[in-house]
Write a protein that binds this ligand. Sequence first.
Ligand SMILES: [Zn+2]
Ligand SMILES: [Zn+2]
Length: 262
Amino acid sequence: MKVNYHTHTTRCMHARGIDEEYVKSAIKGGFDILGFSDHTPWKYDSDFVAHMRMPMSQLSEYLDSIRSLREKYKDQIKILVGLECEYYECYHENLKKLIEDNQLDYVIFGNHYNKTDEIRDYFGFTKDEAKLNEYVDSSIKGMESGVYAYFAHPDLYMNIYGEFDELARSAAHKICSTAKRLDMILEYNLGGVRYGAKGRECGYPCDDFWKVAAEYKNKAIVGVDAHDNTDLEDKELFDEAVAYLESLGLEVVNEIPLRRYE
Ligand SMILES: [Zn+2]
Ligand SMILES: [Zn+2]
C-alpha cells in the first residue's frame, strides 16, 4: 500500500501540471491513494490578496475537477479531495464551515504563517525565540482543534534555523509530545528534501527533530507535497524516506482519519 495525501495544483500559483497529469503520475509512481490538498483559500477581513493559494472563487471548480477525476480513474486509483490549511485562530470557525459546506474528505495542517498570512510573517524564517514560541503555540492549538488529519512538515521551523540548539529541541519535544497525546500523525515532507532545504544546517526535514519523534513513538507519514506532477514519480525518494523513518523505529502509517458526511 502506497499513499500520498499531500498534493497541490496550479491553482496555488506555484505548482506545475494539470490535475489529470497528477493522477497519471501517481499511477505511474505506484500509489494506491492520491489525496489532493491544495493550499486553502481564506476569506480575509482585509483586502489582502494571497499569491500562494487559490482565491475563494476557484474552490468549487477545484473540487469539481478532482471529484470528476475520482470518478474517471476509480478503477485504477483511489482519489480523495482535501486542502492544506493553516491554523488561523481568527478564521478558524470559517475554516470549519468551509470544510463542512464542501464535504472535504480531510484537511492537513500546514503551519506556514504566523497569525494570518495578511501580516506576511513566514514561520520558515524563524530565527528568534519569540517567533519560535508562536510557531509552537499555534502548532499545539492547531493539533488540539481536532480539525486536521495530520500535521504537515512539523519541523518547518528548522528551514533556515541553523543548529538544532536547545530551543529547537525543546520545540520538537513540545510538538511531538502533543502529537503523541492527541494521536496526531506527523508528516515527513519530501518537498523539503526536493527544494534542498534538507541538509542545510539543519533545514527540514530535520533528522534531529525526527529522532525526538522516535523517542515519543509518534505516528509518521510521508508526504510528497507535490507541486509538480512528476514529483509523484520519484519512487526512490519516497522509499528512502519510509526506510529512514522505519530505521528510527517510527511507525509509518498509510491511513489518515477521513471525514464522513451523512
Ligand atoms: Zn505550496
Ligand atoms: Zn503543501
